[in-house]
Design a protein around this ligand. Structure first.
Ligand code: RP5
Length: 168
């Protein structure tokens, strides 16, 4: 699946399982709102390792600028992608049932020196923030995305100020 924008995708959203979509849709909706062309794929480090390798190896030549990778449990996907591409990989720990996502978080964040993965919060907030971060990385290259990001931040601030009494 690609974003509604028909331009070539600049960001890849990948996840270890279809079950991760509930979380990762929050990254997709943010990219869509900011006008960032993106694609979405299920790529599993454990169930489809060959697909993972070819996705990572071809990502840069296909024009992607960054990969947002969400996974839960033994969440090897972001780190393995990072090991096969020099593109920035933004890792989203999906909230697992057994350990509430602590397993996902630690699996993604504790990379050995030399292969970085930028790691975000567990769950929906992490997915949304990974998308906002990817947009910030693209802001200079694609000025319309930069302008959309500034507008989003301005509206967010004014919405809080306009509703600063929590009783109403
Ligand atoms: C991980 O295992 C996926 O990222 C997912 O979060 C978790 C569970 O996958 P399913 O059993 O729901 O397919 O690889």
């Amino acid at each position: 699946m690609s974003g509604t924008n028909s331009a070539a995708p600049l960001v890849g959203i990948v996840m270890g399982s279809r079950s991760d979509w509930e979380t990762m849709q929050h990254a997709a909706s943010k990219l869509e709102a900011l006008g960032v062309p993106f694609e979405v794929r299920v790529v599993s480090a454990h169930r489809t390792p060959d697909v993972l390798f070819s996705y990572a190896e071809t990502a840069a030549e296909r024009g992607l600028r960054a990969i947002i990778a969400g996974a839960g449990g033994a969440a090897h996907l972001p780190g393995m992608l990072a090991s096969k591409t020099a593109l920035p990989v933004l890792g989203v720990p999906v909230q697992s049932k057994a350990l509430n996502g602590m397993d996902s978080l630690l699996s993604i964040v504790q990379m050995p020196a030399g292969i970085p993965v930028a790691t975000f919060a567990i769950g929906n907030a992490g997915a949304a923030n990974a998308a906002l971060f990817a947009a910030a990385m693209l802001a200079r290259e694609v000025p319309a995305v930069g302008a959309a990001l500034v507008a989003f931040r301005t509206k967010q601030t004014s919405d809080v100020i306009a509703h600063d009494d929590p009783r109403t």
